[in-house]
Design a protein around this ligand. Structure first.
Ligand code: 8YV
Length: 319
């Protein structure tokens, strides 16, 4: 950009790693969470802000969008964008982009890892060795994963990556999704409850948002049953967390392995006290390699949007 032109103003609404902050700060005037840290200054700066950089768990609602008359683009570093009010953005002619594809492997790897961690009791086994219990006798037996029945709630890019890995474990694979996919060889079931009734592991990998809110309810958990395990690598909002805790406490559900929660980073004490669960802090895409790829794509989208070039990966609603 010529030296005499001011750099575009960008509002960040998440705490980004240095490998996204550095390119952003080199190219733009960045207002780091200014709407939260200094609302008065934000009000003065708001008319200049042309872009928002957000993460998969950021909330960008109608109110914030309405405060930014010059807003052109919201670039999300994440595949999920359920926290962004896309309808409000579109109504204002603001485009929304996200980072699909580059994180499929990591999220799928974690889903398989969580199944193994729960069934083979890896966190417990690790503690068992460390605290010296091994000398007193063997760890109680775990549960076999290879050959078990996997039900996938969602059959998008990441769902397919999980299925591909599960096939190598000899698992039988079925799924439920809004529509039957002609391009996958797996059995489709019409509802999450029907799928759960025929699954040992039910893995949730569907987008969050209003359409899937509490899709995994008490009925689905009952269908999964006392031998079943729920794995959630999607969004906490997809699972009725209170019903999940009740089922786990009552033993009507065998267990759960959860990377996402309804109200992150708060995880209910009741869940943290259960020993039939494995809990991780929303790390689906959290590898150095993948987060860099996500940051590059998020930056490229933002830069394309602000410079009138074609967006790389707009969300489906903005294509
Ligand atoms: C992270 C995610 O929460 O991609 C998503 O939808 O949930 C995660 O990868 C986050 O977006 C990292 O910035």
């Amino acid at each position: 950009m010529p030296a005499n032109l001011p750099q575009p103003d960008v509002l960040t609404v998440a705490n980004f790693p240095s490998f996204l902050m550095e390119p952003l700060e080199a190219a733009y005037t960045v207002h780091q969470r200014l709407h939260e840290t200094d609302p008065a200054l934000f009000t003065r700066m708001a008319p200049r802000i042309r872009a928002i950089a957000a993460s998969g768990d950021s909330k960008v609602g109608t109110e914030l969008i309405a405060q930014l008359p010059a807003l052109e683009i919201i670039s999300v570093m994440g595949v999920g964008y359920d926290g962004i009010d896309v309808a409000a953005a579109k109504a204002r002619g603001v485009v929304v982009t996200h980072t699909p594809g580059v994180l499929n492997d990591d999220v799928a790897d974690l889903a398989i890892g969580l199944m193994l961690a729960w069934a083979r009791q890896l966190p417990r086994a690790d503690r068992y060795v460390r605290c010296g219990d091994w000398a007193r006798g063997p760890l109680p037996l775990g549960r076999k994963v290879s050959g078990a029945r996997l039900g996938l709630v969602g059959m998008g890019r990441i769902g397919q990556a999980i299925a591909h890995r599960a096939a190598a474990f000899g698992m039988s694979i079925a799924y439920t999704a809004r529509s039957v996919r002609a391009d996958v060889p797996y059995r489709h079931l019409p509802t999450a409850a029907a799928l759960a009734a025929q699954s040992d592991f039910l893995v949730v990998i569907t987008p969050g948002g209003a359409a899937t809110r509490k899709l995994i309810d008490a009925q689905v958990l009952a269908a999964l049953g006392p031998q079943g395990c729920l794995v959630n690598v999607a969004r906490g909002s997809v699972v009725d967390e209170a019903a999940l805790i009740a089922a786990l406490q009552a033993g009507t559900l065998g267990g759960a392995a959860l990377d996402v929660f309804e109200n992150e980073p708060a995880v209910p004490q009741a869940l943290r006290e259960l020993d039939n669960v494995v809990l991780t802090p929303h790390i689906g895409s959290a590898t150095a390699q993948t987060r860099r790829a996500m940051a590059e794509l998020a930056f490229a989208n933002l830069d394309a949007g602000l410079n009138g070039r074609a967006l790389l990966t707009p969300v489906p609603e903005c294509r």
